[in-house]
Design a protein around this ligand. Structure first.
Ligand code: TPP
Ligand code: MG
Length: 627
């Protein structure tokens, strides 16, 4: 007879989660390293009590905002190579629906996170319970159903014993390199507190091997043939390179073949910036070097990329009539994109197999092609130098000069986190990535507010490294809450706030699409009623200080250099606050080298929109459908 242990559903879940492990390349670690929680009715007596009772097995972390807790877990998971993550528990109702944005971000970026929202009573004694959505036509709907489309696995545990298969499925999905993303186990609050006699085996240590599938021989042979016939091949490295830890294999592939490597936002850092074959970011926010190579490539080798519109310049980038696509991807869905030849495999395994096969054929690109991209890369480097250069250190910096100041003090150990605003474009074009995991840009969801909580998660996974959250004023205002968490836990993140009085990015975009910067500035109204008056008397530095951070204010480039060095050395949460020369007057960064499709009004009375539409139609006419 199997022995059993009597525990509540919540206690059983916590004990189960504490003994799940991942293993890849011989390294084993805990799958769920800790659990974040904000308590209310719906989890305070169930999961809350279980976390208290099993505090030694499962560390608890207190957050301030449910969405932010997911961001922290995602940051931790990405820094851990998707081999370890956190769980997040919430109350029912608003606590649970606050998870939706974080869940979407995790799923879109293929990053694992386990969500445990409280749910309405399974037994329905209290009907409606506080915060319950009543749906007259369906008794089994709760607000947690909002989490279904943004979760890779969703279940509602309406009976204790249903937890067993559901928890196992949750672990399967979290550790599956294709499927992984947000996993949601919605937990009705009465069920959480219900006791059950659990089979002892449920609490045995379990190891989930994260697989590295190799290529199918037929697909591999096709792929080798396609590469051998290419004269102007270009690799586009996506986030899959990092997820697979395939950076060394990519460098070997590049060195063996002479093929240059461009990268998406998620893939930047796949090669170090000083690798002679790294041509930088590609697409709308790319470098001139990479975008010109993409325009003329006869073969694009996508490695672990989803080919978003930023990468393809909304379908206008790959202009060579002969261009073909070879897509090395662990997900068949992405492997087939742009009507390409799929090579379905783990990025590292697939690259190694390609390199071995191409070495046998002694394939290498011709010298003039290598000379061309080497010289172009050098020209782009000079443009970066020019953007970083400071003639007058006692004036306010431009945003690129802020990055230049950070570039001066950063080494391979620094990690930069950013997600939205004008920084992603500037960073993609300019940042010189010194280590494979230095450039942490969340651009799958480009979610304002990700940076500060994500920095906490990253710092937990990399406690000895300087971790910087780079935020615009808009992003800061969206979600500064987790500063309090960093202060409480003594997690020495660094927050760099760039003040430019509103949305420089969307303001610029608005102007280019005939929107005249409408609703994008944080300014008072001028006499004509437009919001172009004086900046608001809002002091974000004082705000960060009020939440417990040490704050260093920098007025000039000279101050900024000192403040960044001081913050870098600090062992408590520290903020550097700098106001830049506003982006609507001085940009400083190179303009976009490729288009991005943001549809413009087809009919309008205002001349700006009419003009923008003409330009829009010219761009649209260059779009290609790759078949
Ligand atoms: C949660 C969320 N809401 C809205 C957007 C759309 N958006 C992208 S950038 C941006 C403005 C960012 O402003 P700020 O952080 O000040 O950066 P700046 O553009 O000034 O560099 C907005 C509203 C978004 N990405 N995320
Ligand atoms: Mg701003």
């Amino acid at each position: 007879m199997t022995s059993t242990t009597r525990l509540t559903v919540a206690q059983a879940l916590v004990r189960f989660l504490a003994v799940q492990y991942t293993e890849r390349d011989g390294v084993r670690q805990r799958l769920i390293g800790a659990t974040w929680g904000i308590f209310g009715h719906g989890n305070v007596a169930g999961i809350g009590q279980a976390l208290l009772e099993h505090a030694e097995e499962m560390p608890y972390l207190q957050g301030r905002n449910e969405q932010a807790m997911v961001h922290a877990a995602v940051g931790y998971a990405r820094q851990s190579g998707r081999l370890s993550t956190h769980a997040v528990t919430t109350s029912i109702g608003p606590g649970a629906t606050n998870l939706v944005t974080g869940a979407a971000l995790a799923t879109i970026n293929h990053l694992p996170v386990l969500l445990l929202p409280g749910d309405i009573f399974a037994t329905r004694p209290a009907d409606p319970v506080l915060q319950q959505l009543e749906v007259p036509y369906a008794g089994d709907v709760s607000v947690n159903d909002c989490l279904r489309p943004v979760s890779r696995y969703f279940d509602r545990i309406t009976r204790p014993e249903a937890l067993i298969p559901s928890a196992l499925n949750a672990m399967r999905v979290l550790t599956d390199p294709v499927e992984t993303g947000a996993v949601t186990l919605a937990l009705p609050q009465d069920v959480q507190a219900e006791a059950y006699d659990w089979p002892q085996e449920f609490f045995a240590e379990r190891v989930w091997t994260v697989r590295r599938p190799g290529a199918d021989p037929t697909e591999l042979a096709e792929a080798v043939g396609i590469i051998r016939s290419a004269k102007r091949p270009l690799v586009i490295a996506g986030g899959g390179v990092h997820h697979s830890r395939a950076e060394e294999a990519l460098a070997e592939f590049a060195e063996a073949t002479g093929i240059p490597v461009a990268s998406t936002q998620a893939g930047k850092g796949s090669l170090r910036h000083d690798h002679p074959q790294d041509v930088g970011g590609v697409g709308h926010t790319g470098t001139a070097t990479a975008d010109e190579l993409a325009r003329t490539a006869d073969l694009v080798i996508g490695v672990g990329t989803r080919y978003t519109d930023f990468t393809t310049a909304s379908g206008t980038l790959f202009g060579n009539p002969e261009v073909r696509f070879l897509n090395l991807n662990i997900a068949p869905f992405d492997g087939h994109k742009l009507a390409g030849q799929p090579l379905v495999a783990d990025a590292r395994s697939g690259l190694q197999e390609l390199t071995d096969a191409l070495r046998l054929h002694a394939y290498r690109v011709a010298d003039p092609y290598a000379t061309e991209y080497t010289e172009d890369k050098e020209r782009w480097e000079q443009r970066v130098d020019a953007c970083y250069e400071v003639d007058e250190p006692d004036t306010r910096p431009t945003q690129p000069q802020v990055l230049g100041a950070l570039d001066e003090i950063a080494d391979a150990s620094d990690i930069l986190i950013n997600a939205a605003g004008s920084l992603p474009g500037d960073l993609h074009k300019l940042w010189r990535t010194r280590s494979h995991d230095q450039y942490h840009l969340e651009y799958g969801y480009s979610c304002m507010g990700y940076e500060i909580p994500a920095a906490i998660g990253v710092k937990m996974a990399a406690p000895d490294r300087p971790v910087w959250a780079l935020v615009g004023d808009g992003t800061y205002l969206m979600m500064p809450t987790e500063i309090v968490t960093a202060v409480q836990e003594g997690i020495a993140i660094k927050v760099l706030i760039i003040q430019n009085h509103g949305y420089a990015s969307i303001g610029g975009l608005s102007e280019s699409v005939g929107g005249e910067r409408f609703g994008t500035a944080y300014r008072f109204q001028a006499e004509d009623g437009s919001y172009t008056g004086a900046p608001l008397p809002v002091d974000l530095a004082a705000n960060a200080a009020s939440l417990g951070m040490r704050v260093l204010r920098a007025k000039t480039v000279r101050d900024l250099r000192e403040a960044l060095a001081e913050a870098r050395a600090a062992d408590t949460p520290t903020c550097v606050y700098v106001e830049t020369q506003t982006a609507d007057t001085v940009s400083g960064a190179p303009p976009a080298q490729a288009w991005w499709d943001v549809p413009v009004a087809e009919t309008a009375t205002r001349p700006s929109a009419v003009k923008a539409r003409e330009l829009y139609e010219r761009h649209v006419s260059t779009r290609r459908r790759h078949l």
